[in-house]
Ligand binder design. Sequence first.
Ligand code: PEP
Ligand code: MN
Length: 445
Amino acid sequence: MTVTAWQSKPMKQSVVYSNQLAVEDSLKKLESLPPLVTPHEIMKLRAELKEVALGNKFLLQGGDCAELFDYCSAEPIDGKIKVLLQMSLVLVWGARIPVVRIARMAGQFAKPRSSLTEVVNGKEIQSFRGDNINGYLPHEREPDPGRLVSSYFHSAATLNYLRAQLSSGFADLHHPFSWTLSHVQSDHIRLEYQLIVNSITEALSFMHTIGADTSPSINTADFYTSHEGLLLEYEQSLTRLLPDPTDSIPKYFNTSAHFLWIGDRTRQLDGAHVEYFRGIQNPIGIKIGPTISGAELVQLLDTINPTKAIGKVTLITRYGASLVTQKLSEHIEAVQASGHIPVWQCDPMHGNTFTSPPPYSLKTRRFADIISELRDCLRIHKDHGSRLCGMHLELTGENVTECVGGSERLEENELNRKYETYCDPRLNMNQALDAAFLVAAYYRR
Ligand code: PEP
Ligand code: MN
C-alpha cells in the first residue's frame, strides 16, 4: 500500500486546474509544512471511538456544511464550540454517558456537488466547490491552486484558537452560564437547560466541599476536528509516515484533521477515495445512503478495515425520514453478520433536503423530518440489539433561519430572514439543543 496509489484509480468530483505548475508548487509547500494534528491525538480519538462502538460513550459531531475562510474569526468559532459544549452537557447530564466531540471545523472546506455548473444571472458558471477550490462570488469560480495553501493556514488559525480557548477554561464546567443562551428563543429549552446547569453547579459545589473535584475533565473538554476527505491532492500532501504511538511502527497518518470521512458520492469500492482512505491510520467515517446494498457495505468495510478493528470506521447513515426504516435494518443485519463493529452514527440532515417554493426557492430541511429520522434510527438499532451511538449534524451557533419547524415553528416564508449558508441548511442553536434533548431523553428511559 502506498500513499499515492489512489492516483491510478478513477476519481469522482476531481478538480481540473488550468495552471498545473501552480498546483505542484502549492502541494510542495504543503508537504513542507508541519502537521496540524499528531498521531498521538489521532490514536487517542481512535481509542475513544472504540468505546463509542462498544456503547460506553456517545459521539457528537457537528458544524457547518461548508466552512468558509471567513468563518476563521473568533465569534463564529466560539459560537460553534459553545453549541457543541451545550449539546454535550445535555447529553452527558440527561443520558449519563460520556460524550466524544468532533467538530466539522478547521478544514471542512471542500464540497462535493451534484452538478458542476449552475446558472447565475442567466450565465452558466462553475458551481461553488468550497473555499479550498474556488470562491463563492461568480467571478471567483475558476479553481485557484493558491487556495490549497490558504486552506492549511485557515485550518491552522482555527485550530490554534480552538486549542487556546479550551486551555484557557472556555469549557470549564464551573462556568457553564457563560455559554449564553442568547440565541435560544424557546423558553422551554432555556428552562430545561438552566435546570441542568443548576444541578451541575450544585454537584460541583458538593464535590469541592469533599475534595473530589480534581478530575481535569471538569476544567476542560477534548475537541477533535474533522472534514470530508474529498480533495485527495490536499489530503496526500498532509499525509505523513510517522511512528504509531501504540507500537512505534511508522504508519501513514493524515495530519490535517483527527477524523476524515468519505462522502456518499465518492465511496465507490474501486475508486480513488476508498484507495486513499484504506491506507491511513486515522479513524474514518463513511457516509451511507439508500443506494448502497448491505453486501456492498460489507465489502467496503472489508476493504477499508480488513482487521475489523473496533471503532476504526464510523458508519454515518443518511437515508431520509421516508427511507430509513426500509434501509437501516438491512444495513445493520449485514454488518452484524460480517463481524464488523463500527460506530453507528445518524446524519438526519442529508436525506431530508428540499427546495422551498418560489419566490425564494431556498434549500431547506424540516426539523420534523430530522427528528423523525433520528427517532427511527434509535428504535431500529434497539430492535436489532444494536445501538445508535452518535449523531452528525449541520449546525451553527448563530440564530440562522435555514431549517423550518422546531420549537420556534419557523415557516418556509420566513427562511430568508437570516438565511446565511453557502451550501446546505444548518440547525440554529435552538434546533440543535432540541435534538440533543431528544436523544438524552431517549437514553434516560
Ligand atoms: C456533507 O456532509 O456535507 C455531505 C456532502 O454529505 P453526503 O456525502 O452525505 O451527501
Ligand atoms: Mn452538507
